[in-house]
Ligand binder design. Sequence first.
Ligand code: NAD
Ligand code: LMR
Length: 328
Amino acid sequence: MTSDVKTITITGAAGQIGYATAFRAAAGAIYGANTRVRLNLLEIPEAAQAAAGVAMELTDSAFPLLSEVNTFDDPNTAFEGASVGLLIGARPRTKGMERADLLAANGQIFGPQGAAINDHAADDIRVVVVGNPANTNALIAAKHAPDVPAERFTALMRLDHNRGLGQLATKTGSAVNDIEKFAVWGNHSASQFPDLAHTLIGGTPALELVSEDWYRETFIPTVANRGAEIIQIRGGSSVASAASSALDHMRDWINGTGERWVSMGVPSDGSYGVPEGLICGFPVTCTNGEYTIVPDLDMSPFACDRLDVSVNELREEREAVRDAGLIS
Ligand code: NAD
Ligand code: LMR
């Protein structure tokens, strides 16, 4: 057991994903079995009482690794000393709201949270944004944290990645652990590009095991539209799978993946022609607490076209939040 207690701040902690995330984070899902954690739960004032209830349940669970749990309605205090920020709380899209309205509403949330992270978080802060539109919300937060390296702000693409693994394992009768070099590029939206071109299953190219037709006409749309499908079938948006993926994302970033690829939404360094700074899904590997975009992959004309469509959407989102004065 290390003597260091790591602070994990969870926003939207009384919401569905926040609730599903907090208990596993308290059980060691991010830092592992040898690090104690402090959970800081951030909510809006209207949900402060519900957050207090979550904190009571966390205490009642007697997690050996949980050193303390605190609730806040002010981001400045919630992010004090935070090493991990799980930015889940966001305003859902309501009837009649255009995408631009959603971006503007959420800018009001992620700007102040970025500023609070800038002023109060620990030097090793790492942030994953779950609240939608996750990629652009992460961009807004990063822009409000000029003293924090921009690469510490990331967006959740791991749910899309895990969805792809699940579909492929089911189709081929393989174990998810046998699948290597799968990636989801682009935006966490229906425009995303789940890419099998480099994927191996038990060492065999995936595209020798499934047909090109299944890949293009079934796999890609199934993975890209899975969120909407879950809403339709389950009667509510993905919760436990989103929580699980957010924890996977942060655990792998901190503890490393070796040679294994995972998908993360990270600020582009210009790789693969994605404009610098856009928070875009890429295949990455993680070592020593840092991720690296997998370099030098061959991209077919099909892959380039798919990536372009999603990157254009990210560009438009960036323009929309610029026009709304949320970033400069
Ligand atoms: P929810 O409505 O159950 O919970 C959201 C919580 O956030 C609420 O308790 C609300 O009070 C809180 N909140 C709102 N503004 C806040 C603020 N400024 N500070 C702190 N808390 C705030 O929603 P949910 O099902 O938990 O989903 C949360 C978000 O995650 C949504 O935006 C959803 O679209 C998104 N989502 C993302 C993915 C992904 O893969 N990126 C997957 C599923 C859902
Ligand atoms: C998901 O991928 O499940 C969510 O982003 C869907 C949504 O719109 O909340």
